[in-house]
Design a binder for this molecule. Structure first.
Ligand code: TRP
Ligand code: ZN
Length: 877
């Protein structure tokens, strides 16, 4: 917390990096666990770092710690020898090599920020990334200080399971109904990878033999009631371990790998060495309680955290500005894993859909920042879509530029050369350059400059004696918002092909655009071509092109790259819905909508196409998606346009959709396989559209599906469709779901989220009432995200109510959360990142709320986000 007495917050800058003054050769920690007063004793073997100035003082980070003892080489320090402030401890004169002992008291039960050591449903657990370790003990809490850790945990017998990183090395009874466990982690690690867990936990166990023959024990720890929901995570873990050996040549390096599920968690999961801690929502699954999408997410997060063992733990980050070094790379790795486990084509569509939904708006608004930021106040604010998802795109582009063989040689070299050290983005890039012999100096700009480049396409076709000649002109421009604006040209890999009336006229080509403009001429074509552009989404740019409706429909029919086919369809849907909302310049929107509906109908019927792909094609953009591309956000107009498109597509295809729905009924037992999931997705997409036609028969069909469902995918899809519609069955569907799942807090998050997204008149009153409901808990980030997060991102009409009541509720809630959990409050506020595009009346109301918020006493996290959010738009979209 920033208090009046504390220093004003000072931003950190990438350029100010200094090597640590002292290194930790060994960290030995003892915990005497107690909810109100845990005692942490730390013995640190410290050594002056030769790379730092010889007179640099000793500085240890520390926050919300009560210092009980402080000694150097066993000698207690006098009060005048050291100084304690709100954020750390400094000692004036110390030897070059010594042992520092500290004893501090902390209060896990009072820790509502969920950073450091806290209690979740009675269980002790930790979250140290990025700067939580300093809330546990005094320490050089920065990622470039690596040490082996020995940990001893003492607790009441009522806290039977005691875990930390590495290998178990001892355990036993103590007097007074207490016991202890000892752990040793031989791999030097930064403090952010430290973890401790203590509680009444059960586990499931499996084994994995690594390529070189190491026998690894795998354990997933959960509350006893959840023992039946661990199998899928274990299965995903084994597949991830195998995949990383095959694809990246990376093996696991300890005899034990543990996952622990906790109810209260600020993020998805955390890659602590040998002891990953997971948000329960990202690990627990059974067919009755988890949807196919949940299974898919669990698989990817389990893999993501496991992959961090190399991209993050063995090779870590020099400082937090290098966050994309581990996060962008690891997202790339988990996306590739999912692509190999499921459908590569559909995975790519989902990854880009997410990038468009989260990263593009971030890059276009006041929160824009480079993939490697250059300054921050609270580093927690930079675990963003830009660092994660755009960071992954940059790795993917490099792979495209240097080719798969050189890419593999580069990652091998990167891992080997930097193993056991704290690296930088430069280390990663130089491995890519050396393995390929290519110069990536221009490519670096992708890491350094914010903003999404625009790529304008111009085409000219003329007939020649030997067929058609096609001239494609590519022109790039960037008008970046936020910091580090640069309009210098980027290095853009552009993948394309030429398509004709009857299919492809050429093979696929990769062009590297490095200047502002480039021309590609293709001669001797046998038919009139249309460009299939940016295949596989070969670069994170916005395409700018003018195509006739006939050519767009031709691409919808003949495109052979599934990503490009999907994105063409998506773009057309957005253009039509915008036009139906009275925005944009698409001619004859009704007529176009009818033709588009016809094209979608053809794809839905194309039974040789993968059902998962067809489901993606049928899934129309949401109102929020429309708002993301609208020059001005007018929620009522956008809702009208969106509903009109949906109704047209539904009405034009009613009988086909109905047949599709009936034909896809499954009678085999549920399996979370991509194959079954694809068919369920297509069937439920058909149901969703049928409901949009407004016929009560469709609602009854949905209700019947919800009642008869034997898996959560079908139950949730049907209930969600009803809960978001205006049908007399809406309340009955919600009540049925609640009655069935009232004792399952994770499942009830879905129930909260549907009501949070409901655009009807009563929504705000309903949501307000739900904040008092037993199913809600302001102290649990999952609940806050399900109710308030979904309200703020999905429920455009309610958030942006014309009377300003939506804003009043939202800002009031953000303030309340900030008093408990600054990370969650700050993230919640980012939901409004596009407020500057609101129509004027709403924009003024929003601006007043933001100004009032900034007048209050806020956490550093929320202060930073609110400040950046209120910055005046620079230039651009
Ligand atoms: N490193 C985590 C990941 O896998 C992110 C994370 C987990 C995190 N918990 C956090 C980030 C708390 C900030 C705060 O991506
Ligand atoms: Zn990560």
């Amino acid at each position: 917390m920033r208090t009046d007495t504390a220093q004003p917050p000072r931003p950190k800058h990438l350029g100010d990096y200094q090597p640590p003054a002292f290194l930790v050769e060994k960290a030995s920690l003892t915990f005497a666990l107690d909810p109100e007063a845990t005692i942490v004793t730390a013995k640190l073997a410290l050594r002056r770092n030769e790379a730092a100035p010889a007179d640099a003082p000793l500085w240890l980070d520390g926050e919300a710690l009560e210092l009980l003892d402080l000694a150097i080489d066993g000698q207690p320090l006098n009060a005048e020898d050291y100084a304690v402030t709100a954020d750390g401890l400094s000692v004036k004169a110390v030897p070059d090599r010594f042992e520092l002992t500290t004893r501090v008291r902390i209060a896990p039960a009072a820790n509502t920020a969920l950073s450091g050591l806290y209690l979740s449903s009675g269980m002790f657990c930790t979250q140290c990334e990025a700067e939580g370790f300093r809330r546990i003990t005094y320490y050089p809490d920065r990622p470039d200080v690596l040490a082996p850790f020995d940990v001893r945990i003492e607790a009441q017998d009522s806290v039977p399971v005691l875990l930390s990183n590495g290998n178990p090395v001892g355990a036993g009874k103590l007097d007074g109904g207490r016991h202890f466990a000892e752990w040793s982690d031989p791999h030097p690690k930064p403090s952010y990878l430290f973890a401790l867990v203590g509680g009444e936990l059960s586990h499931v166990e499996d084994r994995f033999t690594t390529a070189s023959g190491r026998e690894v024990t795998l354990r997933v720890f959960v509350q006893e009631k959840d023992l039946g929901r661990c199998d899928y995570a274990l299965d995903a873990l084994k597949r991830a371990m195998h995949w990383d050996e095959e694809v990246f040549g990376r093996e696991y390096d300890l005899d034990l790998f543990m996952i622990v599920a906790v109810d209260h968690f600020n993020f998805g999961a955390m890659e602590n060495k040998g002891l990953n801690i997971f948000n329960a929502s990202c690990v627990l699954a059974s067919p009755e309680t988890a949807t196919d999408a949940d299974y898919e997410m669990i698989e990817s997060i389990v893999a993501h955290e496991y992959f961090h063992n190399w991209s993050g733990n063995r090779v870590t980050c020099r400082d937090w500005f290098q966050l994309c070094l581990k996060e962008g790379f690891t997202v790339f790795r988990d996306q590739e894993f999912s692509a190999d486990q499921r459908s590569r084509a559909v995975q790519r569509i989902k990854d880009v859909r997410r990038l468009w939904a989260r990263q593009f708006p971030e890059d276009a608004g006041p929160l824009a920042h480079p993939v490697r930021p250059t300054s921050y106040l609270a580093i927690d604010n930079f675990y963003t879509a830009t660092v994660y998802d755009k960071g992954a795109e940059l790795v993917r582009m490099m792979k495209a530029l240097i080719g798969p063989e050189d890419f593999r040689r580069a990652t091998d070299a990167y891992f080997e050369r930097n193993d056991g050290t704290a690296a930088t983005v430069e280390d990663f890039l130089s491995a890519m350059e050396e393995a390929s012999g290519r110069d990536l100096s221009q490519f670096r700009l992708w890491y350094e400059a914010a903003g999404t480049p625009r790529l304008a396409l111009e085409e000219e076709t003329r007939q020649t004696p030997d067929g058609y000649e096609h001239r494609l002109t590519l022109r790039q421009s960037t008008s970046a918002a936020g910091e580090a604006v640069s309009d210098a040209p980027r290095h853009i890999p552009f993948r394309f092909a030429l398509i004709g009336e009857d299919g492809p006229l050429t093979g696929e080509q990769l062009v590297e655009l490095t200047g502002e403009e480039q021309e590609v001429v293709t001669e001797g074509l046998t038919g009139r071509p249309v460009v299939s552009a940016l295949r596989g989404f070969s670069a994170p740019v916005r395409l700018d092109r003018r195509l006739s409706l006939e050519d767009r429909l031709l691409l919808l029919r003949q495109e052979t790259d599934s990503f490009a086919r999907w994105s063409e369809s998506r773009q057309l849907a957005l253009d039509i819905a915008s036009a139906l909302a009275g925005l944009g310049d698409l001619a004859e929107p009704e007529e176009t909508a009818a033709r588009y509906a016809g094209a979608l109908g053809e794809i839905a019927r194309e039974s040789t196409l993968d059902p998962a792909f067809r489901a993606e094609m049928l899934r129309l953009p949401s109102v929020t998606d429309l708002a993301r591309v609208a020059p001005v956000i007018d929620p009522d107009a956008l809702t009208r346009g969106h509903d009109a498109l949906k109704r047209q597509v539904a009405a034009a295809n009613a009988s086909d959709l109905s047949a599709l729905y009936d034909g896809l009924a499954q009678d085999e037992p549920y399996a979370p396989s991509a194959e079954q999931a694809g068919r369920r997705a297509l069937r439920n997409e058909a149901l969703r559209l049928l409901l949009a036609s407004g016929e009560e028969e469709a609602a009854e069909r949905a209700m019947a599906q919800a009642e008869a469902a034997t898996n959560m995918t079908d139950e949730a899809a049907a209930t969600a469709a009803l809960a978001l519609a205006d049908t007399p069955l809406r309340q009955a569907a919600l009540d049925r779901f609640y009655d069935r799942w009232q004792s399952d807090p994770l499942v009830l998050n879905k129930w909260l989220a549907w009501q949070a997204a409901y655009p009807g008149k009563t929504a705000l009153d309903d949501i307000r009432a739900l904040t008092e409901h037993a199913a809600f808990d302001i102290g649990n980030p999952n609940k806050v995200r399900a109710l308030i997060g979904v309200f703020a991102t999905e429920n455009l009409r309610t958030l942006h109510r014309a009377d300003g009541e939506g804003y009043a509720f939202f800002f009031d809630f953000v303030r309340r959360v900030d008093g408990l959990n600054p990370q969650v409050a700050s993230r919640l506020l980012t939901a409004a990142e596009s407020w500057q595009r609101l129509e004027p009346a709403r924009r003024t109301m929003f601006e007043n709320q933001l100004a009032a918020l900034l007048g209050d006493k806020l956490s550093d996290n929320l202060f930073e986000t609110a400040t950046r959010l209120s910055a005046k738009p620079s230039s651009g979209p």
